[in-house]
Write a protein that binds this ligand. Structure first.
Ligand SMILES: [Fe+2]
Length: 401
């Protein structure tokens, strides 16, 4: 019997690791009310961090729920925009300090939650925004969450980045480069996944967010990180995302499809919080800073080139996923892996996300600089096929052809 059980991943790593479970998450029709009730007195004088369009759409519903907390008063910072900046973190923090806020509520997509993470760090750690990259700031971010840390409640209104459950915050610095801050301590302690709040999301952000979640799940599954919990979470997230993505595009007013997409994105966020991603995301981040395109619009072409290059020598994890999810059974790793890659590319097209760049020009020097930046990502070295600087550079040049 034992011989019949096929290992989907490498044997359990004996070098060990650390599993840090995310906080409390409510999902479903009453998620918001349940989360606010669960917060109790820890939800004290919060600053709501959001963007103006989201706040116009869901602000009334969120405020109605906040008003059920006895005597609660809140302030709102609605200046977050896509590709958020450190200047927005500073402005929100100034508001929080000026108003004496003692907890944080993020309402929105990844941008609002990412800004809220750094505002939370500065507020809880007594830090200035400039101190975040310094040893003092990094020490606070690297420490474990403490029981007396202020409450951080996240109310996602998109299904995509998984910022509500991941340890990452991607913020653009003063030099225009995006900087990834990783901290388990800034992961929201309380999350409300209420699918109704995503019903009004238009086709574009729905497709782009869903595709991002899909590649988080796939990246966390195929990469070389050994966490068994991360892998289990990634595979189930991949299953949910693959099922929910076409459904949510076809029937955007289906609460069922919205709820499954939201849970897929949340679980993918948990997976990347434990296992990180792969070179697809590692190479995407430096390119995004110069392309000014949506995250998913950069991800799709990078995925197509990097995944196809990776499976030339390391098809196994892709093939294992394809078989585990019932997408391919040819018995050949290469063919099964390519079946999964083609399915993902087909989903991109369903979401009207191009899998090739229409107008990307890179010089040899540009590609070299991008490759050097991609190698700084913690996810790039986890790619199933190890990638050297020259290989990454040639992959960038291939993207520009
Ligand atoms: Fe992403």
């Amino acid at each position: 019997m034992k011989d019949e059980i096929k290992h989907l991943q490498s044997p359990l790593s004996l070098t060990g690791g650390c599993i840090s479970w995310p906080g409390v998450c409510y999902w479903g029709d009453d998620a918001l009310a349940s989360a606010i009730q669960a917060a109790g007195p820890r939800l004290r004088h919060p600053l709501v961090v959001t963007d103006a369009a989201v706040w116009r759409a869901v602000g009334p519903a969120v405020q109605l729920s906040l008003a059920t907390a006895p005597g609660l008063q809140w302030h709102v910072y609605d200046g977050v925009s896509p590709n958020p900046t450190l200047a927005q973190v500073r402005a929100a923090l100034d508001r929080a300090r000026a108003q004496g806020c003692a907890s944080i509520v993020a309402v929105g997509g990844g941008s609002a939650i990412d800004v809220a993470k750094l505002v939370f760090a500065c507020l809880a750690g007594g830090l200035a925004v400039e101190e975040l990259p310094t040893p003092r700031g990094q020490a606070w971010l690297a420490a474990a969450a403490m029981p007396d840390d202020p409450l951080f409640l996240a109310i996602p209104t998109t299904a995509g980045t998984g910022s509500e459950s991941s340890s990452a915050a991607l913020i653009q610095g003063e030099d225009g480069r995006k900087r990834l801050f990783r901290s388990l301590r800034t992961r929201p302690a309380l999350v409300a996944l209420q699918p109704q709040l995503t019903l009004s999301l238009p086709f574009g952000p729905t497709a782009q967010g869903g595709f991002d979640a899909l590649l988080h799940a796939l990246g966390a599954w195929v990469n070389t990180d050994p966490s068994p919990i991360g892998k289990a979470m990634a595979l189930h997230a991949l299953r949910l995302c693959l099922q929910a993505y076409p459904a949510v595009l076809r029937t955007p007013d289906s609460l069922q499809a919205r709820a499954e997409m939201q849970m897929g994105a949340y679980m993918a966020g948990v997976a990347i919080g434990m296992s990180k991603v792969d070179a697809v995301h590692g190479m995407c981040t430096p390119l995004e800073a110069r392309m000014h395109m949506a995250h998913a619009e950069v991800l799709a072409p990078v995925f197509s080139v990097v995944a196809r290059y990776t499976v030339q020598t390391h098809a196994r994890p892709y093939a294992d996923a394809a078989r585990a999810l019932g997408m391919a059974h040819t018995g050949g790793d290469q063919r099964d892996a390519l079946a999964l890659i083609e399915a993902v590319e087909s989903l991109a097209r369903q979401g009207r996300i191009a899998t090739r760049f229409a107008d990307l020009r890179l010089s040899d020097q540009d590609a070299g600089q991008l490759a050097a930046q991609a190698l700084q990502s913690a996810s790039t070295p986890l790619n199933p096929r190890p990638l050297m600087l020259e290989e990454i550079k040639s992959l960038y040049l291939q993207l520009a052809m």
